[in-house]
Design a protein around this ligand. Structure first.
Ligand code: NCD
Length: 306
């Protein structure tokens, strides 16, 4: 994977996914250890170019680079020269001129990471481009599921909520189906893609059908910032019909695993009790996110073989 741009899981082979998950397993030991430092990326420079809000993804990419010994600089939209009207192209060329090895980019426009990969030579890692893709989130979701269930193939995974605007759902679908999971998506009709035909994915308008006997339920945030008004009647109505709460979860398998990429709209797509309840791996996802991002940085900047 040396030099590979991480744009989406669409262009990952199952073997590459397995390699990332295997590497992340080793990296997780470092995250949990007392001295969180490996020399693997000493002498490498990484830029975190975050032009859209982020807590988890930005911080975990920054820590991931630092735990591996790289020099990491984070740039946020509000404090960059983009506010003075500098274009994305010129921003990328400026960063390249400083000799950086990788640029981790988050942008509100679909295709921004791919565009960056066409403009500059450093490794480009997509940390979320509009509603398109979020590969590192999908990989940490797969990693978390595999740790709990011991496998991915054959599991019933329900992805529920705002599928239409979710880059996490899209990347999860590629990752999960490539690894042989049985994926079910559900949400209000207005938040489902209008034309959706994807091998290995079943679409439901009724949430109960999606979570019935599910091994995993991945609850998505309602992306209020990406939707026009009127896509669902009211928050209360949404919570009543589609919200994930303890009662609804009784339909799922007894040992169902609950994921949410965060940030959460509490009481809307997920109840407080579920977030902090015994099935939830939401906090663990955050830790696994650091391990996955360490794996991605190490594999793309240092190599690693299948
Ligand atoms: C997700 C994102 O930004 O796409 N969050 C994340 O990276 N942890 C999901 C979201 O914003 O709902």
């Amino acid at each position: 994977m040396l030099g590979k741009n991480i744009l989406d899981l669409e262009n990952f082979s199952p073997d590459e996914i397995r390699l990332v998950l295997k590497t992340a397993k080793e990296m997780k030991k470092i995250v949990q250890s007392r001295i969180k430092k490996l020399p693997d990326l000493r002498g490498k420079a990484i830029i975190n170019l975050f032009l859209e809000a982020s807590t988890r993804t930005r911080t975990s990419f920054e820590l991931a680079g630092k735990y591996l010994g790289a020099d990491v600089v984070s740039i946020n939209a509000g404090t960059s020269s983009i506010t003075k009207g500098e274009s994305l192209r010129d921003t990328l060329l400026t960063l390249e001129a400083m000799g950086v090895d990788a640029i981790v980019i988050r942008h509100k426009s679909e295709g921004a990471a791919e565009y960056a990969a066409q403009i500059v030579k450093p490794v480009i890692i997509n940390a979320g481009d509009g509603a398109h893709a979020h590969p590192s989130q999908a990989l940490l979701d797969l990693f978390t599921i595999e740790r709990h269930k011991g496998r991915l193939a054959g599991l019933k995974v329900a992805i529920v909520g705002d599928i239409l605007h979710s880059r996490v759902a899209r990347s999860d679908i590629f990752g999960l189906t490539k690894m042989g999971a049985d994926v079910h998506i559900a949400g209000p009709k207005t938040l489902l893609p209008r034309f959706f035909n994807f091998d290995g994915v079943t679409v439901h308008e009724n949430i109960e059908d999606a979570i019935k006997n599910a091994d995993v339920v991945n609850v998505l945030r309602i992306q209020l910032e990406r939707q026009q008004a009127g896509l669902f009647p009211s928050p209360r109505e949404y919570a009543r019909i589609f919200g994930i709460n303890d009662e609804r979860l009784r339909l799922a398998k007894e040992d169902v695993l609950i994921l949410h990429p965060g940030p959460q709209n509490k009481g809307l797509e997920i109840s407080n009790a579920v977030t902090y309840g015994k099935y939830s791996a939401i906090q663990e996802q955050v830790q696994n996110g650091v391990a996955i991002r360490m794996a991605l940085l190490d594999l793309t900047l240092n190599g690693g073989s299948l």
